[in-house]
Design a protein around this ligand. Structure first.
Ligand SMILES: C[S@@+](CC[C@H](N)C(=O)[O-])C[C@H]1O[C@@H](n2cnc3c(N)ncnc32)[C@H](O)[C@@H]1O
Length: 503
């Protein structure tokens, strides 16, 4: 057999194994917020790249699994056309059932091997390959980039997530113990149980050691607490190859794709590493900067954006390109801000303006505020000649909020409301998931957790057909049956804050 023929045969057998594994243990798909075009387009525009509008976007999800990422996009944006393909029939059966239950007309799913993708699948504005690249054989990675190049619309953008070095070297510590320990166990459930046991034992043993081992015990604790399907398809997967970002970028370049940047701006350089490191990093070419930062942060996972290399390249994100976009407070600053004290100083001092700005963003959460409004407001608050008196300084401060992860950039605001209307309506995918999953998807395209069964039942009631009195009556019936039930206002406030309400 020639070496090409043998590589193809190996890829075939690896792919058959993957199909069987994903059919046997379903991968529970979650929304990946950074893969949503409302976030990708914002980053592209901030980099001076004119990405396609969301309203009519055509999206292809390669290796879409059960549609957990694509279906909420289609549900929130009915003008989009969403196509998902996957090798494993079981995922597609579930995706079709989910889409049919929601009555979606703009999402289609097909069982297909990427290697034989039908020619009509072309001209996509956004191509998503989430959880794919590191988890398929090298020949299929080649086909992935070739397919993206061929199937992207001229201004289209691809999102490709991948496990990354050097951070995954730490995960490899755990893998090198758990994989051999579980290798001989035929039954999948037993294999997972054994893996958890070993991981817990190792975490405990390492935590008792002095120095570095105690710090690295967390690698094992993480494995022990992951869901079954993640252990099967990630930690124990035969194929799971982390790579340095620069190798992924070079690979894509060989297929006519240019790296635009990361889908999460926080993964880029920010001057946050101390003066000497900041000064050194600033002298390096962009990809080498990322390489160094991946070491400083021990990066283990990335989400790379690519576009066709015959289109103009993107430039670093610029404050001048933010007007027209929207900013929203990141979830993890809500609590911190609520507990923070307003800094000392007058209304117009920079630190107080920054704090009040955050206050505005937090109040508007889960929706977003137009950058233009925020910039105007900031300039108006500033004393003449003050730090933000010039619009460009106000915009620079807003860009910094996005780069440090305090705020998120959106091309369009998430379609959530801050307060419920007279007939509260929760996002349809979340109502569907409430009784079937341990998470629900919000209108920011994030997973959110509901705390108890009453919350789940209450969310399901909020389908826009019931007035508040009717929901109160149903809650009273639940209370009468002896269950702990809060007030409707409590539930509405909680669901609104989670970004689950669209009316
Ligand atoms: C880790 S899962 C990710 C699923 C989904 N994208 C998510 O993130 O929830 C990888 C998916 O890729 C699919 N896959 C692997 N090789 C494939 C191929 N050659 N063609 C199409 N799908 C493939 C698997 O069946 C599996 O559903």
């Amino acid at each position: 057999m020639s070496s090409d023929a043998s590589a193809t045969a190996n890829a075939q057998s690896a792919t058959d194994t993957l199909r069987e594994a994903y059919n046997r243990t379903l991968y529970v798909g979650r929304p990946c917020a950074t893969s949503h075009p409302m976030r990708i387009r914002a980053i592209a525009l901030a980099m001076g790249v004119d990405a396609p509008p969301l309203e009519s976007a055509r999206i292809l999800d390669i290796g879409c699994g059960d549609g957990g990422n694509l279906i909420p996009m289609a549900a929130a944006w009915p003008g989009m056309t969403c196509v998902g393909i996957d090798l494993a029939e079981q995922g597609i059966v579930r995706a079709n059932a989910f889409a049919a239950d929601l009555g979606l007309r703009n999402a289609r799913f097909a069982v297909a091997d990427l290697r034989d993708l039908a020619p009509e699948h072309t001209g996509f504005d956004y191509v998503i390959a989430h959880g794919f690249y590191s988890w398929v054989p090298p020949e299929v990675r080649d086909i992935l980039f070739a397919a993206i190049r061929a199937r992207l619309a001229p201004d289209g953008i691809a999102f490709v997530s991948h496990n990354t070095l050097p951070g995954c070297r730490l995960r490899e510590l755990a893998w090198s113990i758990i994989r051999p320990a579980a290798a001989d166990i035929a039954d999948a459930a037993e294999r997972v149980e054994r893996t958890r046991q070993i991981a817990r034992t190792m975490a405990d043993a390492m935590a008792r050691q002095p120095g570095l081992p105690a710090a690295l015990a967390v690698e094992f604790s993480e494995v022990a607490t992951r869901p079954d399907f993640a252990i099967v398809h990630d930690d124990l997967a035969r194929l799971n190859e982390p790579l340095f970002l620069r190798d992924v970028v070079t690979h894509a370049a060989g297929h006519g794709l240019a790296w635009l940047g990361d889908a999460d701006p926080f993964r880029h350089a920010v001057p946050a590493f101390g003066d000497a490191a900041n000064a050194w990093i600033a002298t390096l070419p962009p990809l080498e900067q990322e390489h160094v930062i991946d070491h400083i942060r021990l990066r283990r996972y990335r989400e790379s954006l690519f576009r066709r290399d015959d289109r103009p390249a993107g430039r670093p994100m610029s404050a001048q390109r933010l007007p027209g976009l929207f900013l929203s407070a990141a979830n993890d600053i809500l609590e911190r801000h609520a507990q923070s004290q307003r800094p000392p100083g007058g209304e117009r001092t920079p630190q107080v303006i920054r704090w009040r700005l955050l206050d505005r963003l937090v109040a508007a959460h889960p929706t977003a505020i137009a950058v233009n409004d925020l910039a105007d407001w900031t300039v108006a608050q500033s004393a003449p000649g003050g730090a933000f008196a010039r619009r460009e300084d106000a915009l620079a401060m807003l860009l910094r909020a996005a780069l440090t992860g305090a705020a998120l950039l959106y091309a369009e605001p998430p379609r959530a409301v801050v307060a419920a209307g007279p007939r509260p309506r929760a996002f349809a995918p979340a109502r569907w998931q409430a009784m079937r999953r341990d998470f629900v998807t919000n209108l920011r395209h994030e997973p959110a957790a509901l705390n108890d069964d009453v919350q789940r039942e209450c969310l399901v009631l909020m389908d826009g057909t019931r007035g508040r009195d009717e929901i109160v009556a149903q809650l009273a019936a639940l209370r009468a049956s002896g269950r702990p039930v809060a007030t409707l206002d409590d539930y509405l406030g909680h669901f609104a804050k989670l970004g689950l309400l669209e009316a």
